[in-house]
Design a protein around this ligand. Structure first.
Ligand SMILES: Nc1ncnc2c1ncn2[C@@H]1O[C@H](COP(=O)(O)OP(=O)(O)OP(=O)(O)O)[C@@H](O)[C@H]1O
Length: 421
């Protein structure tokens, strides 16, 4: 009886082993199938990446597909940090900023410190940083823009986009954002405007209609100034930031200028520069101590497809980030520096709060973040340039800027989604 029992058990186990083996085979087949699928998806993705990078602007259907797949081009969260090193004013190469030849995301800041005890000689202290991209001093404007053109494009696809330049005075913020007049010197703002208008022309052929509204604001000492103001200087109105019930931020008495072409926007930028330089003459070095915010509001409609989109493109040249010791600055200058440092610190706090998905985001703690609110939240893509000066005497400020930028780089704000209806 026991033998029969055992035989029964054995054949039972054999059956089970057979079933497990079969299951194993089918799992293997399914793994192989999944691998194949994964390889196909990876290759599809690569193809999409290439197409999006080089695609004809305005290929909306591709973007729809891309977004549907949950693969927003801004892969790593929706904040990116690019570092740009200005060339040395005196020419030549910087001793303390090292850019590895084969890694365009890394940078090392090195400093030789004299030994205090005199015996052991000098010591080298180095600080390593990594960002989404590091642009060395010889990288031209065109190549820098190429890296962000996809981001600019997404403003036409219904995303709020904010790009700002952070760094100490003279580090190249204005050069990066505005640049010079010659074609190859043009910075992010004129190139972005050109791209938007060229792409919108192509979209028009596909049934899209766009309305563009431009505004240009300066924030100085927590006070807003309209850079497109053309009235009498002594009649300048005061401005307040207001938030409507549907969370749209507007500024009272501000010039919101409807624009239809790149040329019209270029004229407005020239007017803003004129307005800024008047202030500069009245107040020494004014522009380094104010933030300037260029905003292009975009409304698109494709009645044939019954789709609407609405977004803003904000391009910001921040005030110089240098810290000033209380002893070195008095009165108005101290007040200014406190306002600047306060608003830049708050910008960092807001980004960190968004990254941590905190329930309260302190937008209202500074005019800058309050104004940029809709471009800095969950439904937006943000790019920060950290501009650095390569001169040895800028070392402490450079380290400070890179540390700030690293903190921002560590933040990942929730995935952006387009404002489509
Ligand atoms: N990448 C670059 N290539 C060539 N020249 C540059 C570059 N970046 C900056 N410069 C030059 O360096 C100088 C300082 O740059 P810029 O005025 O843009 O600094 P900034 O950070 O905007 O200063 P501020 O805060 O005072 O406005 C300018 O003469 C500018 O033309």
């Amino acid at each position: 009886g026991k033998v029969t029992d055992m035989e029964g058990k054995i054949s039972n186990y054999q059956r089970k082993v057979q079933t497990v083996a079969q299951e194993n085979e089918s799992l293997k087949a399914s793994v192989a199938k999944s691998r194949q699928k994964e390889a196909q998806m990876t290759s599809d993705l690569q193809e999409l990446h290439t197409q999006l990078r080089y695609r004809v602007p305005g290929n909306m259907q591709r973007v729809d597909y891309y977004v549907k797949m949950g693969v927003v081009a801004w892969e790593r969260g929706n904040i990116r940090v690019f570092c740009r090193v200005r060339p040395l004013q005196a020419g030549g190469q910087s001793d303390h900023i090292q850019l590895p030849a084969h890694d365009n995301k890394a940078l090392t800041l090195a400093k030789t410190e004299e030994s205090h005890i005199g015996r052991s000689g000098d010591t080298q202290k180095s600080y390593n940083f990594s960002f989404d991209r590091v642009f060395g001093p010889s990288i031209p404007q065109k190549d820098v823009f190429e890296e962000i053109s996809l981001l600019v494009q997404s403003a036409l696809d219904g995303y709020n986009v904010c790009c700002f330049a952070y760094g100490q005075t003279g580090s190249g913020k204005t050069y990066t954002m505005e640049g010079g007049e010659m074609e190859d010197m043009r910075g992010v703002i004129p190139r972005a405007v050109q791209q938007i208008f060229q792409a919108s022309k192509k979209l028009r052929e596909k049934g899209w209609k766009f309305t563009f509204t431009a505004s240009f604001v300066e924030i100085y000492n927590e006070t807003l100034r309209d850079l497109l103001y053309t009235g009498k200087a002594n009649k300048r109105p005061e401005h307040e930031i207001r938030k409507s019930a549907n969370n749209e931020v507007t500024v009272t008495n501000l010039t919101y200028q409807k624009v239809n072409s790149e040329d019209e926007v270029c004229n407005l930028i020239a007017l803003a520069n004129q307005n800024r330089s008047t202030a500069r003459t009245n107040m020494n070095d004014h522009s380094s101590r104010s933030h300037s915010v260029f905003q292009l509001d975009i409304e698109g409609e494709n009645s044939g497809r019954d789709v609407k989109c609405k977004s803003s493109l904000c391009l910001v040249d921040l005030a110089g980030s240098e810290r000033v010791q209380k002893s070195q600055s008095q009165g108005d200058r101290f007040k200014e520096m406190t306002a600047i440092n306060g608003s830049l610190t708050n910008l960092g706090i807001v980004i960190a709060a968004l990254a941590n998905k905190e329930s309260y985001i302190p937008y209202r703690n500074s005019k800058l973040t309050y104004l940029l609110q809709s471009c800095l939240g969950g439904n937006s893509k943000t790019l920060m340039f950290v501009n650095i000066s390569p001169e040895a005497d800028s070392f402490p400020e450079t380290l400070n800027s890179l540390r700030f930028a690293s903190k921002v780089n560590d933040c990942v704000i929730g995935t952006a989604s387009a404002n489509r209806k």
